[in-house]
Design a protein around this ligand. Structure first.
Ligand SMILES: [Zn+2]
Length: 434
């Protein structure tokens, strides 16, 4: 995600913990309705129960209108409270046995699912519970399958792999996507529209670019000319190859700036800017960095959001250094330092580990991105070039596919380098005086 564009990073305040049960897989059938700017959904959730006394389970469900909940063929009672759906379970469910609950629901366009009728565009944005029941908690991972019913002539991008070519009638075409790697639900999403498309191969990774008119199969590769280099750079610094067969980038009508599992979305203005100035690739580089820092290694809770955004913002600067030289890196770091200095001056400096992330202010977001990136830069200076990059690599490889907290980052950098970083983290991260 990118704070530069004022992206609303308000996270579900009451992110739900899974207690006594565990989700494995979400399979969603979603039908967007362009005429009414609404949608209908049918979610199937595979899960197991660990506690036979479990009476209910809670899902995040935004303002969705839930019509029916079933366990197999049995209809279950449910309650709505605030943004959650509480599903009441039958007594004495067997533990450890695969179970499937289905939820039929409807919803209306919102910040989480946007329609653009002119381009027949429909796309998701943070957060996922605005378009499907799920668990917004970033520490919960599940695989995800999506079947989208779309008008003919519309292209779609979803998570993971396109399972088959779209099939159906002129009126409604099924697009099926599947993400086999369990991922946090905030990385689920899709984008569909009357896009032009271009494709390249970069090593083992297919690169696909999408955008509405006036973008063309000729101009899209110009917008995304550096993508292969970005992925190679991050893979080398991470010590982890890009994990999926394809990486897709989509330009959307209207504002957009978000990473998702296997793809990212940006506004069409990003494409226009890059065509005018091929150096204006900050956003593309930032969202690509998240495929490692954010998606591959994920903050356990939003309290440690700086691990996602501070590291991704720092890695964006590091990529620009690799691509355009040291001066560009210094400009990025000085910009972060200036923003941080202004916050400090205004008395708004805080620990990068937040007591909660229920109602973050603009200053809090700037701390996470700008101070976060600056702290990683200062760590680079403090540790020295070789030790820092080895540490970042060890951190990324050790925690790949896992949830992390700030202590994990510190521990990985310390054990990799043999350095004692307690004073550094106290000063820069936790804002504690000696
Ligand atoms: Zn970001």
């Amino acid at each position: 995600m990118a704070a530069l564009l004022g992206w609303a990073l308000c996270v579900a305040p009451n992110a739900l913990a899974q207690t006594g049960w565990h989700v494995q897989h979400f399979a969603l059938q979603l039908e967007p309705h362009f005429e009414t700017r609404s949608f209908t959904g049918a979610l199937a959730m595979d899960f197991t129960v660990q506690d036979s006394a479990l009476q209910y389970l809670d899902l995040d469900a935004g303002d969705l209108q839930v019509a029916r909940v079933q366990l197999g063929t049995a209809i279950l009672a449910f309650e709505r409270n605030a943004k959650q759906l509480r599903i009441l379970l039958p007594k004495g469910l067997a533990t450890g046995i695969p179970l499937k609950i289905t939820v039929a629901y409807e919803g209306k366009a919102s910040s989480g699912l946007r329609f653009d009728a002119d381009t027949q565009q429909v796309a998701t944005a943070f957060s996922t519970s605005l378009w499907t029941p799920c668990l917004d908690d970033p520490a919960v991972r599940a695989s995800f399958a999506l079947a989208l019913g779309l008008p003919s002539g519309v292209l779609s991008v979803g998570n993971g792999e396109r399972v088959s070519e779209p099939t159906g009638t002129d009126a409604k075409v099924q697009h099926v996507w599947q993400l086999d790697t369990p991922m946090p639900s905030y990385l689920y999403g899709f984008a569909a529209g009357r896009f032009a498309q271009a494709r390249q191969i970069a090593g083992a990774t297919a690169l696909e670019f999408f955008g509405p008119a006036p973008f063309t199969p000729q101009t899209l590769p110009q917008v995304f000319a550096d993508t292969a280099d970005m992925l190679a750079f991050y893979a080398e610094k991470a010590g982890v190859a890009y994990p999926l067969p394809a990486y897709r980038q989509v330009l959307l009508s209207g504002p957009a700036a978000q990473e998702m599992a296997g793809f990212s979305v940006m506004g069409v203005r990003y494409g226009t800017r890059v065509l005018a100035n091929p150096q204006a690739i900050w956003l593309g580089a930032h969202e690509a960095a998240h495929q490692w820092w954010g998606n591959g290694v994920t903050n356990r809770s939003w309290r440690h959001f700086w691990l996602n955004e501070g590291i991704a913002t720092f890695m964006t600067a590091a990529y620009l250094e690799h691509r355009f030289g040291a001066e560009e890196y210094q400009d990025q770091i000085e910009a972060a330092r200036t923003k941080y200095a202004a916050l400090k001056e205004a008395g708004l400096d805080r620990s990068l580990v937040f007591p909660d992330w229920d109602a973050p202010t603009a200053a809090d977001r700037s701390l996470v991105y700008d101070k976060g990136a600056l702290v990683v830069h200062e760590l680079r200076q403090f540790m020295g070039e070789a030790r820092f990059w080895k540490g970042l690599r060890d951190y990324t490889r050790t925690h790949w596919g896992q949830s992390v907290e700030t202590a994990d980052f510190q521990r990985a950098m310390e054990s990799s380098s043999g350095m004692d970083l307690r004073v550094f983290f106290k000063r820069w991260v936790y804002l504690q005086s000696e």
